[in-house]
Unconditional design. Sequence first.
Length: 35
Amino acid sequence: EKEMLEAARKLEFERAAELRDEIDRLTGKKKYAWS
């Protein structure tokens, strides 16, 4: 069960990173304070 939670968290992190990249591409901006 713990492995499943970690895998799900990693997947969410990767999807969030992809979403940020897409937003960067759409807006033409590269600097965001997402941290």
